[in-house]
Design a protein around this ligand. Structure first.
Ligand SMILES: C[S@@+](CC[C@H](N)C(=O)[O-])C[C@H]1O[C@@H](n2cnc3c(N)ncnc32)[C@H](O)[C@@H]1O
Ligand code: SF4
Ligand code: SF4
Length: 402
């Protein structure tokens, strides 16, 4: 295919047509390329250097050059905003989203992301696995040289044969959502009887493959009014399963969850939350493995009373490039983007003055506020390091004296 001139609207249109015609003849791959997940020492060093440079640029942006453009390293792909569950905390299933990007359009998105040097793509939704082309697109990503491919899922469809295909496609990290430590809670939150049993069975299937494929697996628990009191039970479940626990924070301001029907779940009772977190903190002080850090737990404790926590800038909005299911491109969970891959290249979107202005404001949290990926936002703050190290040293000292 000869390259059309992408700086003109007709060039873009020509490209879209050419891409569409060409892709419609291409079957998606099923497997990642051989050896794509073999990381040499040099690869690891390079990746660490990219991350260090990202955080260093954030520090410069915070203190010296607010206009500094920080290149996104991770893409969050909302393959679909539809779903096979009916969670009380979520808006996805309440309406049907139509006219989502077609397979060939997602391939074009992945081509652009690979060319832009994106390090990692997260497949999410809605429920990504309800799309028939989801696994093919994961394999397409690894075949385009994107070596880190992640899946967020409710795991309902992740039975053994599907898991094998997902692993063959090159996915090496998983977030599986579990919203309660027992069937009664999880099924009530997820709006589907039997969901807990299926999700747990499929999560165990993923954990069975963890060592063989060196998988990173996280159990995501969304803290909301209906389940906040069960946090200690969730921590025990994570320990029993030997899987890392991450706490999402229920929001009704981010685009997937923005509906008045979700609002009651964001009214988490402060005393209940603090008591539950104190118990998790005590468990973590006896044995930190698999549980959130002290800095993360402190953030969670304050979230429902101060959703912005503006002293912690939003690194998430700088790290991520989000492609919504109908093609809009943004970098923030709370504010709706208007520019679309259907009209412009991704590069021209993120290089535009409007996008950059918005990103400068997002970093400073001039925004509606949400708790998305607070853990990343905290990771590079000296205060988090001091808090985590201080607690670890105090615990070591105490256990040494016993
Ligand atoms: C929207 S789901 C998409 C992936 C998949 N369907 C799942 O449930 O894991 C991504 C994460 O958002 C969480 N979530 C659901 N409702 C939320 C809310 N109101 N605020 C913040 N996170 C929420 C889910 O529990 C899940 O861990
Ligand atoms: S949280 Fe995930 S599983 Fe639940 S309705 Fe939303 S998209 Fe579906
Ligand atoms: S904290 Fe603010 S800027 Fe960051 S993702 Fe949420 S709404 Fe967007």
């Amino acid at each position: 295919m000869t390259s059309p001139d992408l700086s003109t609207p007709s060039g873009l249109q020509a490209r879209a047509v050419a891409v569409s015609l060409e892709r419609s003849r291409i079957a998606l791959p099923e497997r990642a390329p051989e050896g794509f997940d073999t990381w040499t020492r040099r690869d690891r060093l390079q990746r660490s250097a990219e991350l260090a440079s990202f955080f260093a640029r954030l520090a410069v942006k915070e203190h010296l050059a607010p206009r500094l453009h920080v290149r996104p390293l991770v893409a969050e792909l909302f393959l679909t905003e539809n779903c096979n569950l009916r969670c009380v905390s979520c808006a996805c299933w309440r309406t049907t989203t139509r006219d989502e990007l077609r397979t060939e359009e997602w391939c074009d998105v992945l081509d652009q992301l690979a060319d832009a040097g994106i390090l990692k793509v997260n497949f999410t939704g809605g429920e990504p696995l309800i799309r028939r082309d989801a696994i093919g697109l994961m394999a397409y990503a690894t075949n385009r040289g994107i070596r880190e491919v992640h899946l967020n899922t409710n795991a309902i469809r992740l039975d053994q044969p599907t898991l094998e295909r997902v692993l063959a496609a090159g996915v090496r990290s998983f977030n599986v959502s579990v919203d309660g430590p027992d069937a009664a809670t999880h099924d009530a939150v997820r709006g589907s009887e039997g969901a807990f049993e299926t999700t747990m069975q499929h999560l165990l299937g993923v954990l069975d493959q963890r060592d063989r494929y060196r998988l990173a697996v996280r159990m995501n628990f969304t803290v909301m009014r209906s389940n906040a009191h069960l946090l200690p039970e969730m921590a025990r479940l994570a320990r029993d399963l030997d899987v890392r626990l991450y706490l999402n924070l229920a929001s009704d301001s981010t685009f997937l969850f923005r509906t008045s029907e979700v609002t009651p779940e964001t009214a988490v009772e402060a005393e209940t939350l603090r008591a539950a977190l104190a118990e998790v903190q005590a468990m973590a002080r006896a044995d930190r493995r698999r549980l959130p850090s002290p800095a993360d737990l402190a953030y969670v404790a304050d979230h429902f009373e101060d959703r912005l926590q503006r002293s912690v800038p939003c690194a998430e909005s700088q790290l991520k490039l989000m492609v919504h299911s109908q093609g809009q491109v943004g970098g923030c969970w709370g504010h709706d983007p208007t520019m679309s891959v259907r009209a412009q290249s991704i590069r021209s979107i993120i290089d535009s003055a409007a996008y950059r202005d918005e990103h400068e404001r997002f970093f400073r949290k001039e925004c509606v506020g949400c708790g998305s990926n607070y853990s990343l936002n905290l990771r590079w703050r000296p205060r988090s390091w001091v808090r985590n190290t201080g607690v670890a040293l105090a615990d070591r000292f105490r256990s040494g004296r016993r």
